[in-house]
Every structure is written in structure tokens, then in C-alpha cells.
Design a protein around this ligand. Structure first.
Ligand code: NAD
Length: 434
């Protein structure tokens, strides 16, 4: 195993790793970080500290493939910081993942945890591989070797992984088991997003969509929109989109548009979301369904509505289509669905945007609950999980709203300002060791 560990001080002089590309969601994130840092008048040293990842680990992962060949994969873990507590963040498996991408996603986790008032720092991990071309045995070998190579990084008190793109609860179970074998005891709290039977939390599957629903309700209250009169459009009908649509409908709103990779479906009388969820469960996508008039994803985003929930992927709203939107409120279920160029346009149009680091923080909130329950060895029922989740999401919304009002900024800049201020103040009180 080759292991390169770089610590913060070794990296102090390195320039920021982000490419100058306005359509890059991570670059967009850094543009917002800079704006918030300026508003806070963040001192230069603290700014540099918060921009620089604390630790970057690269490991080689040699495994024997099913055909007997040895193949070597590359794995990463970046810990952006552990100022508020142990670092937390998902692991993605992707053939074109880069260390720069992992670094950016790790810092994103720092701000998301801080906004949600979760006592965690930020991290992210990845293995450069294409899971669609691997057998289950090969996938398990990669996961176990990656975990074994990260034993000095992962830990319930140090760094806690979770699922992300192309990883799932089975992979989390293998991570938990590998870590436990080396510790010679069962360590459930080393990873979240586990199957229920080995210490997962009730409510985790619905958590992100539930957070979107709660923050939508809070935002509607501020905009004086009665949820029962609200027309909702949801882009993406996977985990986040389908749960958001379902829960908003259950609060009385009319979901007039939904979409997935197969295109959009519009019905001004309202779509039967439960039936759509059932349809996707059976057919894997909305393709071929008749839940409404067939429209394109572009047209879906431009539908006249009260609440638009982009819950598919990054960079869906940019400077080209932002002027065409006809909504009063955008609640970002996806990560980075709006480019930073579109922010000013939406602000000028008077459209309120609940930013991703707030709107989709329900998932990491229930991941935190999973870790807490593992440590307690006592498991909450679904009502307990939802009650605590809803309270934390409402508080997070209120904190961001108040910060945005204080700085006369958008909610997005309010969220970054709240998060950066909290982490910077904690850093100052803890002091710099060295
Ligand atoms: P998912 O894979 O379950 O669903 C994605 C959905 O988007 C699918 O319905 C897919 O068909 C659709 N889609 C893909 N490309 C599209 C396109 N071009 N136009 C319209 N629809 C398209 O994924 P998910 O877990 O629901 O995640 C969605 C987004 O939310 C991602 O940005 C993810 O990073 C973010 N997110 C997810 C969670 C979580 O807990 N699942 C937490 C935080 C953020």
C-alpha cells in the first residue's frame, strides 16, 4: 500500500485547488464562500485556514479480480476540518472522480454540518472505479481493502463515512464489518447509512426529502404562501424528489409537475404522487407513464408554480434559464442545482432560494442521529427521529433567515455566513496549536 498523508501545515502555501469554470458547482460554492467571508470581514489567516483541507490521504487498492488478474484502484479521503467535531462525509465510487472534486466536496460538508448545527467537521472520500463493471465480490474486495487502508483515518471519534454516489447501505455494512474485525469488537458508530438491522436509523431514507418539505413550509410561511394553495414542481423523482413531492402533497400542496431522466410530466389538477412512486418502483423510471402531459425537463423548470424543487443533479438553473423561471420559491433538494451566475438573476427577480446546504441537510441530520443512537446503544422510534429532525431543520432555517436579514443578503449567502462564522469563532476559541 502506498499512502501519502499531507497535513495542513505542509499544504499551507498551496493555491486553491478549484478550476475557474463558472459551470463547475464546486467553483460556484467557492464563489459563495468568498462572498460570505467578505461580509464577515474574515481575517486573512482564518480565511486561508478554512479554505485549506486539513488532511488528504491517497491509497492504492490492489485486488484480485474474478478472472485472477490483479488490478490496482486509487482511493481518496479528504478531511476538510474537524473544528466542530469528528469529520463526516460520504464515499463515492466513480471512474472519473478526482482529488480536487473530493477536496471541494469535503469543504461543502463542513458548511452543511455547521448550518444544520451538527457537531461534525467535513470530509469526503472516493474510489476511482466503475461499479457497473465490477462483480459483487470485486466491489466487496475494493471496499474492504479501501477501509483497511483507511484504518488510521476512519473512526467513530475521528472520521465517519456515509454513502454517496454509487455507494449504498451494503457497502457501509462492509466498511463497518472490516473496521470491526480490526478492532476485534463491533463498532457500529464508525459509519452511517447502514442497514437498519446493524444499527441504521429509522427515517434515514426519507430524511433528505423530509428536510426539503420542512424548509419549504418555513419559506412559504415567510412568503405568506398558504401551503394548501401552493403549486409545486419537482425535478428528479429519485430518493429526494419523490419523498419531497409526497410529503408536500401530504401537507396539502398540489404537485403539478414531476420529472426524471425520461422527461417531465405536467398536470395542472395535481399528480397522484403515491401512484407515481409505485410506478417508479415497478418500472424504475417514469418512462411510459401517463401522470400528465409529457414535457421536457427544460419546460418543467419553466412551469408557472409557487415552489420549485430541483432534486435531480447539479447545474440545472443557470444564467440562461433563470430569467425564464416562473416560481416564487426554489428549494434546492439536489446539491449545486443553481450556478452562482444565476444567484443574482434570481435575487433581482425576487425569487427566494433555500440553498442546498440548508434544504438538503435533513440527510446528514439523521446520519448524525444514527451515530448518536449507535453510541447510546438505544434506538429511537420513527416519531422520535422525525420530531428531532423537524426541530433541527426549523431551527437551521430560522438561523439562516436571521443571518440573511442581518446582512441583507440572500438565504444562500446567509447560510454560508452563518456556517463560516460559527466555524471561525470555534476555531478562534480553540486556538491554533503550533
Ligand atoms: P437518485 O439517484 O435517487 O435520483 C435522481 C433522480 O434524478 C432520478 O429520478 C433521475 O432519473 C433524475 N435525473 C437524473 N438526471 C436528470 C435530468 N437531467 N433531468 C431530470 N431528472 C434527472 O438521487 P437522490 O439521492 O435523490 O439525489 C438527488 C440529488 O440530491 C443529488 O444532487 C444528490 O447529491 C442530492 N442529495 C441527496 C441526498 C440523499 O440523502 N439522497 C442528500 C443530500 C443531497
Amino acid at each position: 500500500m502506498q499512502e501519502k498523508v499531507k497535513n495542513k501545515m505542509e499544504h499551507y502555501e498551496e493555491p486553491a485547488p478549484y478550476k475557474k469554470d463558472v459551470d463547475n458547482p464546486y467553483e460556484s460554492m467557492m464563489a459563495r464562500f468568498d462572498k460570505a467571508a467578505e461580509l464577515l470581514n474574515l481575517e486573512k489567516g482564518v480565511y486561508e485556514y478554512l479554505k485549506t483541507p486539513m488532511k488528504q490521504v491517497i491509497v492504492s487498492i490492489p485486488i484480485q479480480m474474478d478472472n485472477g488478474e490483479i488490478k490496482v484502484f486509487e482511493g481518496y479521503r479528504v478531511i476538510h476540518d474537524n473544528i466542530l467535531g469528528p469529520s463526516k462525509g460520504g464515499i463515492r465510487y466513480s471512474p472519473d472522480v478526482t482529488l480536487d472534486e473530493v477536496k471541494a466536496l469535503a469543504s461543502w460538508m463542513t458548511w452543511k454540518c455547521a448550518v444544520a448545527n451538527i457537531p461534525f467537521g467535513g470530509a469526503k472520500g472516493a474510489v476511482k472505479c466503475d461499479p457497473s463493471k465490477l462483480s459483487r465480490v470485486e466491489l466487496e474486495k475494493i471496499t474492504r481493502r479501501y477501509t483497511a487502508n483507511m484504518l488510521s483515518v476512519f473512526g467513530p471519534d475521528t472520521d465517519i463515512p456515509a454513502p454517496d454516489m454509487n455507494t449504498n447501505e451494503q457497502i457501509m455494512a462492509w466498511i463497518m464489518d472490516t473496521y470491526s474485525m480490526h478492532a476485534q469488537k463491533t463498532v457500529t458508530d464508525v459509519v452511517t447509512g447502514k442497514p437498519l438491522i446493524i444499527g441504521g436509523s429509522l427515517g434515514r431514507f426519507e430524511a433528505t426529502g423530509r428536510g426539503v418539505m420542512i424548509t419549504s413550509m418555513e419559506a412559504m410561511r415567510k412568503l405568506k404562501i398558504n401551503p394548501k394553495d401552493a403549486r409545486v414542481v419537482v425535478q428528479g423523482f429519485g430518493n429526494v424528489g419523490s419523498v419531497s413531492a409526497d410529503l408536500l402533497k401530504k401537507r396539502g400542496s398540489r404537485v403539478i409537475g414531476i420529472s426524471d431522466i425520461s422527461g417531465g410530466y405536467y398536470n395542472k389538477m395535481g399528480i397522484d404522487i403515491e401512484a407515481a412512486i409505485k410506478y417508479v418502483r415497478q418500472n424504475r423510471s417514469l418512462e411510459g407513464s401517463d401522470f400528465g402531459d409529457k414535457i421536457s425537463n427544460e419546460e418543467l423548470l419553466e412551469l408557472e408554480c409557487d415552489v420549485l424543487v430541483p432534486a435531480a443533479k447539479e447545474d440545472q438553473i443557470d444564467q440562461h434559464n433563470a430569467p425564464k423561471l416562473k416560481t416564487k420559491l426554489i428549494v434546492e433538494g439536489a446539491n449545486g442545482p443553481t450556478s452562482s451566475d444565476a444567484d443574482d438573476i434570481l435575487q433581482d427577480m425576487g425569487i427566494m432560494v433555500v440553498p442546498d446546504i440548508l434544504a438538503n441537510a435533513g440527510g446528514v441530520t439523521v446520519s448524525y442521529f444514527e451515530w448518536v443512537q449507535n453510541r447510546l446503544g438505544y434506538y429511537w422510534d420513527i416519531d422520535d427521529v422525525n420530531r428531532r429532525h423537524d426541530r433541527m431543520m426549523r431551527e437551521a432555517f430560522q438561523n439562516v433567515y436571521e443571518t440573511a436579514s442581518e446582512y441583507k443578503s440572500t438565504l444562500r449567502i446567509g447560510a454560508y455566513t452563518f456556517a463560516i462564522d460559527k466555524v471561525a469563532r470555534t476555531l478562534k476559541i480553540r486556538g491554533i496549536y503550533g
